[in-house]
Design a binder for this molecule. Structure first.
Ligand code: ATP
Length: 257
């Protein structure tokens, strides 16, 4: 639906509580040029929210600004009510926000177990690390079965699961995912999103992702935002956006039925 209309209630997330992530009037860019022109975006606890938009519309810039990799020039970012606008990556991790990058970030010659362990590389308490790895393996039985296998031998979907699993070592509440579908077949994309849903259900996690693949991103998320030229132009439940003629024509290359 167009941004001027009231936002649809998401299928998940407690609407009686303030959003877990509340981005207001975000303005950011590179050198003297603004790329984001006042982006508003919320993510409720337990939601899977996806940001889609054409190439160069500013999706990655939103993540860079949220993750403290570029300066926020105007606007605020609240996380569970805490002002995290100026936080850098380490502070964000401590606050409970993890980032799963788009580029493959596994160490192929190390085992699955060792790769997961790296998610807590600053921790010295071995017993604590082992406990947490067991908890992560409980959430990812397929990885648990491959704990001694070299990570380089995993399938694309399993590698993505490994990256997500490692990001959970520090027990984040919100996981930012940069294009989870990149490099995966449609079947594996579905598998990864199903994994996100079960993590949401089993561990109460919340996900915000950016996706170039607008169709699968919107199909598989609770709610979506469409970004065009650094502004939110549509928002609503993923299914509503997919059914919207204008969104379909503009982003999905589908004519009016
Ligand atoms: N480091 C940078 N320096 C200058 N301009 C940049 C930089 N990174 C991105 N841009 C510009 O900012 C704009 C938005 O880029 P961004 O990567 O956020 O878009 P995107 O929506 O993620 O695109 P894509 O879907 O192609 O990944 C583009 O015009 C891009 O050229």
């Amino acid at each position: 639906m167009p941004i001027s209309e009231p936002e649809a209630a998401p299928a998940h997330g407690d609407q009686t509580r303030p959003p877990l992530l509340d981005v207001r009037g975000l303005r950011a860019g590179y050198r003297g040029v603004d790329i984001l022109h006042g982006v508003d975006l919320t993510v409720g606890e337990g939601e899977i929210v996806c940001v889609v938009g054409p190439n160069g519309s500013g999706k990655s810039t939103i993540f860079k600004a949220l993750y403290g990799l570029i300066d926020v020039r105007e606007g605020t970012v609240l996380f569970d009510g805490e002002d995290i606008t100026a936080y850098g990556p380490q502070q964000l991790l401590t606050a409970g926000i993890a980032l799963v990058p788009q580029l493959p970030a596994i160490f192929p010659a190390m085992t699955v177990y060792e790769n997961i362990e790296l998610g807590m590389y600053l921790e010295r308490d071995r017993a604590k690390i082992r406990r947490r790895i067991d908890e992560v393996f409980d959430l990812f039985p397929k990885l648990a079965a491959r704990r001694t296998q070299q990570a380089g031998t995993l399938s694309g979907g399993e590698r993505r699961a490994l990256e997500i699993g490692r990001s959970l070592m520090l027990q984040p509440r919100l996981v930012l995912m940069d294009e989870p579908s990149v490099g995966l077949s449609p079947l594996l994309v579905r598998e990864v999103f199903e994994q996100l849903r079960s993590l949401r259900d089993a561990a109460g996690l919340t996900f915000l992702m950016i996706e170039q693949n607008a169709r699968s991103g919107l199909e598989l998320s609770d709610r979506g935002y469409v970004i065009e030229r650094g502004r939110v132009t549509y928002t609503g439940a993923g299914s509503e956006l997919l059914a919207d003629d204008e969104v379909r024509r503009t982003f999905l290359g589908v004519g009016k039925d």
